[in-house]
Design a protein around this ligand. Structure first.
Ligand SMILES: Cc1cc2nc3c(=O)[nH]c(=O)nc-3n(C[C@H](O)[C@H](O)[C@H](O)COP(=O)(O)OP(=O)(O)OC[C@H]3O[C@@H](n4cnc5c(N)ncnc54)[C@H](O)[C@@H]3O)c2cc1C
Length: 307
């Protein structure tokens, strides 16, 4: 095991924030991952699994314990079935699938990060997500044993899965795609990427900071309507975008240090250069308090804060 020390984690996150990992190792196979987990257990160290670092805010003090960067990058196509390692980047999976004339992953266009992180959080767009394509998953449970589960058993919900709930580590997935019209698919992807380009900032960030608010989480939609929240506009997905509320609360551009609520997309906090995790956390707290005061809604973080 090639154990390294004091590796700066800001290099491993899209936010470009985070102090050093006390211990750091790359795992290129399930066995190497098991070995790393065993090392952590024997040495009484906590551990953090890292995919693409695109959904993480890591403390300025870094991580005390072992950070395991997943590099399991198997990718195999068997007709419409895809066997994929968790370390494969979603963008690479999407492009390679199209080269194999397979469609079904259009929803993943523009989502940074890896397959493992995406399955864990059921990442997606436009109402579709990993849950729609994952058929089987191999994962490590708390006893460090490899187990297998079907997609429909995986408790997938909005930005949620059984793997997130139990901190199980995905080591391989089997996806089911289809022989579709790849030209149409490429056109759709281009259209979506162009839209994202316009609607999202290109400074370092961790994507959306807060989850959108599902209608069932709101005590009384009428109360929101009385506060001029245009609830009827969101009937299709039955969710109120967090960005909409943050924007309405006048918080676009609000800045603490080098952390700023994006002027382009209110649910993004951007790192203007030297932002610290502390500044981002203060900004998150401020936004939550404002939204609670104005709309009686408690925003939930989509980003994972590691302190
Ligand atoms: C610009 C930008 C745009 C984004 N747009 C979207 C979007 O449209 N839709 C969307 O859903 N998300 C979006 N995101 C958020 C992010 O890309 C997704 O959540 C992504 O799936 C995270 O994957 P990752 O590999 O980067 O995970 P990481 O950030 O590395 O890790 C996130 C969590 O997953 C865990 N994890 C990583 N690998 C595994 C594994 N193999 N098994 C178990 N747990 C694991 C980590 O321990 C951590 O708890 C965006 C982010 C950015 C920066």
């Amino acid at each position: 095991m090639n154990l390294q020390k004091n590796i700066p984690l800001k290099e491993h996150t899209t936010f470009k924030i985070g102090g050093p990992a006390e211990y750091f190792v790359e795992a290129t196979s399930a066995e190497e991952l098991q070995e790393a987990l065993l090392w952590a257990k024997e040495n009484k160290q906590q551990y953090l699994v890292l995919g693409g670092g695109s959904n993480l805010l890591i403390s300025d003090d870094g991580y005390k314990g072992l950070v395991i960067k997943l590099k399991l990058d198997k990718l195999e196509f068997i007709d419409t079935k895809v066997i994929v390692g968790p370390g494969v980047k979603l963008a690479y999976l999407l492009n390679t699938s199209l080269e194999h004339s397979l469609t079904g992953l259009e929803f993943a266009a523009g989502i940074p990060g890896t397959v493992g992180g995406a399955i864990r959080g059921n990442a997606g767009t436009f109402g579709l997500g990993m849950a729609d394509v994952v058929k089987k998953i191999k994962y490590l449970d708390e006893s460090n044993e490899i187990r297998e589960m079907y997609g429909h058993q995986s408790g997938f919900a909005y930005r949620h899965s059984i793997f997130k709930e139990n901190n199980w580590i995905i080591v391989q997935a089997e996806l089911e795609l289809e022989h579709g019209n790849t030209e149409k698919s490429r056109a759709l992807i281009k259209e979506r990427l162009d839209k994202r380009q316009e609607a999202q900032p290109n400074q370092p960030s961790a994507g959306c900071i807060f989850k959108n608010i599902r209608f069932e989480e709101v005590d009384d939609l009428e109360v929101l309507k009385n506060k001029h929240v245009e609830v009827d506009n969101f009937l299709q997905f039955k969710k109120i975008p967090a960005a909409y509320l943050i924007d309405r609360a006048g918080l676009k551009g609000y800045t603490i240090g080098d952390a700023q609520v994006s002027e382009i997309h209110a649910n993004y906090i951007i790192n203007k250069g030297q932002a610290t995790a502390e500044q981002v956390i203060m900004l998150i707290s401020f936004i939550k308090q404002q939204i609670r005061d104005k709309y009686g809604i408690q925003l939930q973080e989509e980003v994972q804060i590691v302190v």
